[in-house]
Design a protein around this ligand. Structure first.
Ligand SMILES: [Zn+2]
Length: 373
């Protein structure tokens, strides 16, 4: 059991990282990529398996990528846990989990073709898979988020957000990007100002125009839902005066707080939710504007695709965002978007430095596979 915990610690500490040849290889080889029938499982093991010229102790072939016990646990985590994550109304959680206590007690009826693969994995590392009942905070049962959903309580929570989150000044020498698809007159600066009919986005609404921008060019492409069919142009922008923004991407330190009353997790869940949450974020941007800010820095919905990281990752059921030593790593997983109130180009608070065409030359996908249940 101590070995299992140690191995799982290693698996957790390698979360989201690519397995490289410098990981510990001392533990015994137990399986290989040829052992599996499920194609996704085979492809995942080809990614992490070791290239060793030896016979697999299970299937006795020598050309498969070899899996040690630790690598088999990593494979199980990726394929069965990460591979079954679903996005709820708020938050993300896996459908399947595993541990050593459920060994030989699995309650999942897997598809016929994968049953033997599952049995192999469960036997060599002595684990059992089970239907995961997430802790309720993972489904958005977080007090500040519930208060934001409530129209009566929303204003006072946003005022608390304004008091809690840091101010960030966007200075005159900083630049950021705004991408447009298929503009009529791509050389005209006004094409890159806030859209003429606000109300369709995360933070804009009737009576409040927003210019969306980012310092990360690839996120602009995602945010615009651009495809190779589109004619794309990007404006490089820079402030004409210092801009005062509230930074909602900061990982705030919360004392005496757990997942169920964390403002930080509430913010993450709000910005990673789909358009059913827009009513809340639009109201929030009104209140922030009234408080004298020029705009908002907020986490991009596409941070996950851009960095490959899951903001709702947990260690033993606790959010990783609560572990102080992981702060820098977690911050680097959030891509910042910029939302500026009004029509900043027309109002001359932002200037267009230049405009370029953007060509989507090659799109790279990083695919991960999971099981169906
Ligand atoms: Zn094998």
């Amino acid at each position: 059991m101590a070995d299992f915990m140690k191995a799982m610690e290693f698996v957790k500490s390698n979360e989201g990282m690519h397995i490289s040849s410098d990981m510990p290889q001392s533990d015994e080889i137990v399986l290989c990529s040829n052992c599996f029938l499920d194609e996704g499982l085979k492809l995942e093991s080809l990614k992490i398996g070791l290239n060793l010229d030896s016979l697999c102790p299970n299937c006795h072939t020598n050309d498969g990528r070899k899996l040690s016990k630790v690598l088999t646990l990593i494979l199980a985590k990726r394929f069965f846990v990460e591979g079954t994550r679903r996005k709820g109304k708020f938050g993300i959680n896996p459908i399947i989990e595993f541990n050593q206590y459920q060994y030989k007690k699995s309650d999942i009826n897997f598809q016929e073709w994968i049953k033997n693969d599952v049995k192999l994995i469960a036997e060599v590392v002595k684990i059992g898979f089970f239907h995961y009942g997430p802790r309720l905070w993972m489904l958005g049962q977080i007090e500040p988020l519930k208060s934001l959903v409530s129209k009566e309580k929303r204003k006072s929570v946003v005022e608390q957000i304004i008091r809690t989150y840091p101010k960030r000044i966007l200075s005159l020498n900083e630049t950021f990007y705004r991408l447009r698809k298929n503009p009529k007159n791509p050389s005209m600066f006004y094409e890159f100002d806030s859209p003429p009919n606000p109300g369709g986005g995360r933070l804009d609404s009737d009576g409040l125009s927003i210019m969306y921008a980012s310092q990360d060019m690839e996120v602009c492409v995602h945010e615009c839902r651009a495809t190779i069919e589109d004619d794309l142009y990007v404006a490089t922008l820079s402030p004409e005066k210092e801009l005062k923004l509230i930074d909602l991407t900061e990982l705030i330190e919360e004392e005496n707080v757990n997942e169920f009353n964390s403002m930080d997790l509430a913010m993450q869940m709000l910005f990673f939710a789909k358009d059913h949450s827009y009513e809340i974020s639009r109201h929030m941007s009104f209140i922030i504007k009234e408080a004298g800010y020029d705009g908002i820095i907020y986490p991009s919905y596409f941070s996950m695709v851009r960095t490959g990281a899951n903001p709702f990752e947990t260690i033993m059921g606790l959010s990783i965002r609560r572990f102080k030593h992981l702060k820098e790593q977690i911050k680097s997983q959030t891509i910042q978007n910029i939302a500026l109130f009004g029509k900043p180009i027309q109002e001359k608070i932002v200037k267009v430095k230049c405009i370029n065409r953007v060509i989507l030359k090659q799109v790279l996908y990083d695919l991960q596979f999971g099981t169906i249940v």
